[in-house]
Design a protein around this ligand. Structure first.
Ligand code: ARG
Ligand code: ZN
Length: 873
């Protein structure tokens, strides 16, 4: 059943208040909910009260204190319908649910010894019957009752307003949330948890209690999360003038969680992976992810909770905006250009393929079968790029004005992406009508640029053409408004030239944002003193695929001289991509793969450039991923790409062995240091190690030595990755040592699983199958599924796409086995199959056969059905 955006209508009845009583007992939980229901004036007078609800057993239903006779209501699989409900009614519902057997991890479920919830987007309906849609904003009070011994801590949204003991070793606690909210922001936790506490004083002088609840034994791993939280709170005050609004802010870390984290009002629930960290158990990347996700969920308090979404098609209203905000926060806390590079890498790795495949959808989708399938890179990351473009077009100040107006107009409301755009327009007197197409059109725009310098006229003509390929349901595309941040770099001076367009009477600095609006547009620059090399879409100012037609010489020039650090990196990537694509073609045609000395020289310059920050050099020296190279091919040649990339890596390592080794030595970080400079040094040092270990026995020995002496997890993992790629006995030794040391730490075991799942060695599939039998593995735990099966399917192209189809068969089997337990995780695991049309004919046939096998499985979930059926449509 397809849900369409155009079919939106407000509900006939809304719930104004809900008083919830949750009685948790071993084996069953009894939920009693008292709803104040209000009919919408003007509704059809025969309209029934429709309440969403599933996976629960109704015990009784009362209206205004009276039992409702069975002829007045019906209970189906997904909803309850009650006839003849007046304008105002008090509805009391008691149901029975079973959190212990809830393996979908939606609604109320048990994780280890604790009970917790995940309600976004439609999980609340698994707890009780409700108008479970985001435009129903209600006041919640929640009473939790449970065994005091096993569940000493009882939490919900808002403020604690009462607690007490009960007979039989039980107790209760009551919470009241003073802010209206949709049911997806409801949360409840009961368990044996310990709080790590701190305080934050807001800009206006209120003291907020901060608490991170974890299982006993993890208290020493919360310092980084707490520090990140306090910095997020300060940053939002300083940059957006947004203060926290309750007296208490809680975070609970749970081991079984479908996603990263959830922004429930006043009670964020996190995957343990994004809370717990110590230098000997978490990598630098983990630290950065924790910082970013803590910020993300905190920022949702305003962008998502105070102002929420009218319906789920507007998901990017809160997610795109909040991702943009967390990206900016991380950029302010760390090196800005390196953060931008990481974000663009992630966009290219996940969003560009999605936009080019059968699941392609606009940032604001038009229809869905299962909304859980639309928590995508498009809604999140491309959505953040759309928000970033407002910021680029309107400037930081204009953007802030728009945000202020947005909150002024919509605080306490459930609104649409259009409302956000209107606030940005009205606050700035801007016309963004063409810009709105970014919300409507799927697909990545392709931009072609070509330039011509006329030395006599001293003019430079830049022609920009844009087009977007058709996507499912959208055959014709309109031109988009592209903010193009750009500069012209003088070939002689190696400096940015002053920019003056024909018709202007003065120069406008050396960098400006041009508005590209037409399918083909010509910009003529005047008074250009020397021939320039254009540097376009600086900082990735629009999410497009750019072909500036630049040859090796221009790219190497930009790599060395562009004043925009992002574009220096981009030029290097473009150069490497070009070279690699040529090598893949050479190999396919039976020619030898050759690497020009000029490429080695460009690489050496970056490697030995003592002026550039190590973190930046590490980014610049990392070759485009196999996925990235494949994106640029019509038919993805999996083996060719792998062979070419490995060849280039070994070639560079062979030619630059001494420089790599010297850099490795000079980037050593003694002891345990976690500041940005230390992180950057480790990144560059471990990049060097990767090249050296792939080259020869000396390199492997270096990795072994690092593994044995590493003091922080970043260095152990980097060495272990190198060792486990090779079939040398040292690899198995290191893996065994690592297992022995960490087998009781689930988060570290996740790393152990994914390193092996992504190993380049040929027997990886067999090893992954064997690892499913390891006592630390469990298909019921999403982190385990992602780190072993997900890493293999999405992170090891050459092994997943093995020509005999063994990788496909294995993952399809796992999807089929997982689907009845956890449809959301099964659908994610399945998603690499959606790209089947991009491969050669033999692989297409194998992939398609597996998709059809999955589709033929009885009782398939909506989640997997939607992705599988759209893949072959
Ligand atoms: N709103 C959460 C976040 O982005 C994600 C929740 C997604 N949940 C889901 N079941 N798809 O922070
Ligand atoms: Zn979010």
């Amino acid at each position: 059943q397809v849900i369409r955006r155009e079919d939106y209508t407000p509900p006939d009845f809304r719930v104004d208040r809900i008083d919830l009583h949750v009685d948790i007992r071993e084996g069953e939980t009894i939920v009693t909910s008292t709803l104040s229901v209000i009919g919408r004036p003007g509704r059809d007078k025969y309209a029934p009260l429709v309440l969403d609800g599933q996976n629960q057993e109704l015990i009784y239903l009362k209206i205004d204190g009276e039992d409702v006779p069975p002829c007045k209501y019906t209970v189906g699989e997904e909803r309850m319908t009650v006839e003849e409900v007046g304008d105002r009614a008090t509805v009391e519902i008691r149901t029975r649910i079973h959190p212990e057997t809830n393996t979908a991890l939606e609604g109320l479920y048990r994780s280890g010894s604790m009970y917790c919830t995940q309600c976004e987007p439609e999980g609340f309906r698994r707890i009780t019957y409700f108008v479970d849609r985001p435009d129903n904003m209600a006041l919640f009070t929640t009473t939790i009752e449970a065994d005091k011994g096993s569940c000493p801590v009882l939490l919900s949204n808002g403020n604690p307003v009462g607690a007490g003991d009960l007979p039989g070793g039980r107790h209760w606690a009551k919470w009241e949330d003073p802010f209206r909210k949709p049911a997806y922001l409801f949360a409840l936790v009961a368990g044996n948890l310990v709080p790590v506490t701190d305080k934050f004083v807001t800009a206006s002088g209120r003291t907020v209690d901060l608490r991170i609840y974890v299982e006993q034994g993890n208290e020493d791993k919360c310092a980084h999360a707490m520090d990140s939280l306090k910095r997020s709170m300060r940053w939002d005050e300083e940059v957006f003038g947004l203060e926290y609004d309750l007296d208490i802010f809680m975070i609970v870390a749970v081991g079984d969680f479908n996603m990263g984290a959830m922004e429930n009002k006043g009670l964020n629930i996190f995957n343990v992976k994004y809370v717990l960290a110590k230098p000997d158990t978490a990598t630098d990347t983990d630290y950065q992810l924790i910082e970013g996700i803590i910020a993300h969920e905190y920022f949702h308090n305003w962008t998502g909770n105070r102002v929420t979404c009218r319906d789920w098609f507007q998901l990017s209203l809160k997610e795109g905006l909040t991702v943009f905000r967390d990206q900016e926060f991380s950029a302010d806390m760390n090196a800005r250009s390196v953060k931008r590079i990481q974000d663009v890498r992630a966009l290219r790795a996940a969003q560009f393929p999605e936009d080019a495949g059968p699941m392609a959808h606009p940032v604001r989708p038009d229809s869905y079968i299962e909304i859980n399938n639309f928590y995508t890179a498009t809604v999140y990351e491309k959505g953040a790029e759309v928000v970033r473009m407002y910021h680029t077009l309107l400037g930081a100040e204009g953007f802030r004005k728009g945000m202020d107006l947005y909150f002024q107009r919509h605080d306490g409301d459930a609104v649409t992406c259009e409302d956000f755009c209107l606030a940005m327009e009205d606050a700035n007197g801007a016309d963004l009508s063409q810009f709105r197409r970014w919300y409507e059109q799927a697909g990545t725009p392709q931009v072609k640029a070509s330039g011509h310098y006329d030395a006599d006229a001293r003019t430079y003509t830049l022609t920009i053409e844009q087009s977007t390929a058709p996507t499912p349901g959208q055959p014709d595309k309109q031109p988009l408004l592209l903010p193009m941040a750009m500069g012209l770099v003088g070939k002689r001076s190696k400096a940015d030239l002053p920019l003056q367009l024909d018709g202007e009477n003065a120069t406008h600095g050396t960098e400006r944002v041009l508005r590209v609006t037409a399918a083909r547009q010509v910009f003529t620059f005047v008074d250009v003193d020397e021939e320039p090399v254009p540097s376009l879409f600086r900082g990735f100012s629009a999410p497009v695929k750019l072909d500036a037609g630049q040859g090796e010489e221009d790219l190497a020039f930009l790599m060395a001289h562009d004043s925009d650090e992002f574009n220096r990196w981009e030029a290097g990537q473009a150069l490497a991509r070009k070279l690699l694509l040529g090598m893949v073609a050479d190999r396919a045609d039976g020619r030898a793969m050759a690497v020009p000395d000029s490429f080695v020289a460009a690489f050496r310059r970056v490697l030995t450039d003592g002026e550039a920050a190590p973190a930046f050099r590490a980014q610049a020296l990392a070759l485009p991923s196999e996925g990235d190279i494949g994106e640029a091919m019509r038919t993805i040649d999996v083996d060719g790409i792998h062979a070419a990339r490995e060849h280039l890596r070994r070639h560079l390592a062979g030619k630059l062995k001494a420089e790599l080794r010297a850099t490795y030595d000079s980037m050593a970080v003694p002891g345990v240091q976690l500041d940005g400079a230390a992180i950057g040094k480790r990144a560059l040092r471990n990049l060097c190690l990767g090249y050296l270990a792939g080259l020869d026995a000396d390199g492997l020995a270096l990795a072994e030595a690092q593994f044995d002496s590493a003091e922080v997890m970043t260095d152990s993992v980097a060495a272990l990755v190198c060792l486990s790629d090779s079939t040398d006995a040292a690899g198995d030794r290191a893996l065994a040592t690592f297992h022995q040391r960490w087998r009781h730490d689930p988060l570290v075991m996740d790393k152990w699983f994914s390193i092996q799942a992504m190993a380049k060695r040929p027997d990886t599939l067999a090893r992954v199958k064997a690892l499913m039998g390891d006592p630390s593995f469990s298909v019921k735990n999403p982190n385990k599924v992602r780190s072993l099966l997900g890493a293999f399917a999405a992170g090891n192209p050459v092994r997943f796409h093995a020509a005999d189809g063994s990788g496909y068969r294995f993952i399809a089997d796992q999807v089929i086995a997982l689907d009845p337990m956890n449809p959301q995780v099964a659908a994610r695991l399945f998603s690499p199959f959606a790209r089947w049309r991009r491969f050669d004919e033999a692989r297409q046939a194998l992939l398609k056969a597996e998709i059809e096998r999955v589709l033929a499985t009885p009782k398939l979930s909506k989640d997997v059905y939607e992705v599988a059926s759209k893949s072959v449509a």
